[in-house]
Write a protein that binds this ligand. Structure first.
Ligand SMILES: NC(=O)C1=CN([C@@H]2O[C@H](COP(=O)(O)OP(=O)(O)OC[C@H]3O[C@@H](n4cnc5c(N)ncnc54)[C@H](OP(=O)(O)O)[C@@H]3O)[C@@H](O)[C@H]2O)C=CC1
Ligand SMILES: Cc1cn([C@H]2C[C@H](O)[C@@H](COP(=O)(O)OP(=O)(O)O[C@H]3O[C@@H](C)C(=O)[C@@H](O)[C@H]3O)O2)c(=O)[nH]c1=O
Length: 283
């Protein structure tokens, strides 16, 4: 089975590379922005003609939430237009698409976990571009898994977890917002779920919410990192309600996981447990 992974230099792509190492029976093609730029239509067409993948895991995205406010075109080009082209090619070549979307498609005004049937209403450019990508997929093809996740972190790439570790390493005092409630999700857990879908060749297509269990503020997330690193006495950590940013973020974006849990034979770790495990693993 041939599996194309796009954007494979990003954090989720690197987690997939790490966990796919043991799956020697599968032919993974890990492509990067340099080797396969999704905005280059002709290159993408030729790639599909040549390789005809059975699965495409789309990890490519414009993920700079702040930057998207000033670079709307770039965000929409990658997160919406390129996704449309990709979906059309997947439909043409009978490639099953595993696409990743975000809790930021919601406005955050609810006070109970968001279900797949809840109405989307993005409040920033990144969220709007990702939502448009979703609608392109649903209107183009049926054999997709659309996985909405939230607050991804891992040992790889740019994410809140690595930002806090870097700031702490340089003794930087931390000022962290309590304004938003969501769920930090270890991208390694999401990668393992994606590989489960591929290994079982599941046909339970559709939209699913997948995050770690539980809920937290960004402050709670930072606090547990410092506690587990035994840095809580050493680094000043201040809770702040409002941390000014260009992009608005949903105040509440916890995802309801009941659909994914009742459909697939998987367990989902609590965010605290998964964070503690990652910190033990990476030292
Ligand atoms: N990070 C998070 O907290 C969350 C992410 N998601 C979604 O999960 C998915 C994976 O995110 P994550 O791994 O964290 O993101 P990253 O930003 O770490 O990775 C995205 C990758 O896509 C590449 N890329 C950008 N533009 C293109 C393009 N035109 N063609 C091919 N590749 C491109 C980037 O390259 P380069 O770095 O060189 O620009 C990067 O390697 C995305 O769809 C994201 O929207 C959902 C919820 C939370
Ligand atoms: C670095 C930092 C951030 N913050 C605040 C800013 C913001 O409100 C919140 C989160 O910060 P970040 O900018 O790191 O996270 P952000 O880029 O908003 O993360 C989002 O990324 C996209 C790709 C997604 O899809 C979302 O699920 C979500 O993970 O924390 C602080 O309060 N103190 C700090 O020192």
């Amino acid at each position: 089975m041939k599996i194309l992974v796009t954007g494979s230099n990003g954090q989720l792509g690197q987690c997939l590379q790490k966990h796919a190492k043991s799956l020697t029976l599968f032919d993974f093609k890990f492509e990067t922005l340099e080797s396969l730029d999704l905005t280059q239509e002709e290159t993408l067409n030729l790639y599909f003609e040549k390789h005809r993948p059975d699965f495409c895991v789309n990890c490519a995205a414009y993920t700079n939430v702040e930057g998207a406010e000033d670079n709307e075109n770039s965000a929409f080009q990658v997160n919406a237009e390129a996704v449309h082209k990709l979906a059309k090619l997947c439909e043409k070549f009978k490639t099953k698409l595993i696409h990743i979307s975000t809790d930021y498609v919601f406005d955050g005004l609810k006070n109970r976990p968001y279900h797949e049937s809840d109405k989307e209403n993005p409040i920033n450019v990144y969220g709007a571009s990702k939502f448009q990508g979703e609608t392109h997929i649903t209107s183009t093809m049926n054999t997709y898994f659309m996985l909405r996740t939230s607050w991804l972190y891992s040992e790889f790439g740019h994410n809140f977890f690595n930002t806090i570790l870097k700031k702490a390493a340089s003794q930087h005092p931390l000022n962290i917002t309590t304004e938003q409630i969501g769920t930090p999700t270890n991208a390694n857990d999401l990668a393992k779920f994606i590989l489960h879908l591929i290994q079982t060749d599941s046909t339970d297509y559709g939209l699913y919410h997948y995050s770690n269990k539980g809920e937290a503020t960004w402050y709670d997330f930072a606090r547990l990192i410092l506690e587990e690193k035994n840095l809580d006495q050493e680094i000043s950590l201040q809770a702040t309600f409002s941390y000014p940013t260009k992009a608005k973020r949903p105040k509440f974006s916890v995802l309801d996981k009941s659909k994914v849990l009742s459909t697939f034979a998987i367990g989902i770790p609590h965010w605290r447990e998964s964070l503690v495990n990652l910190l033990k693993e990476v030292g």
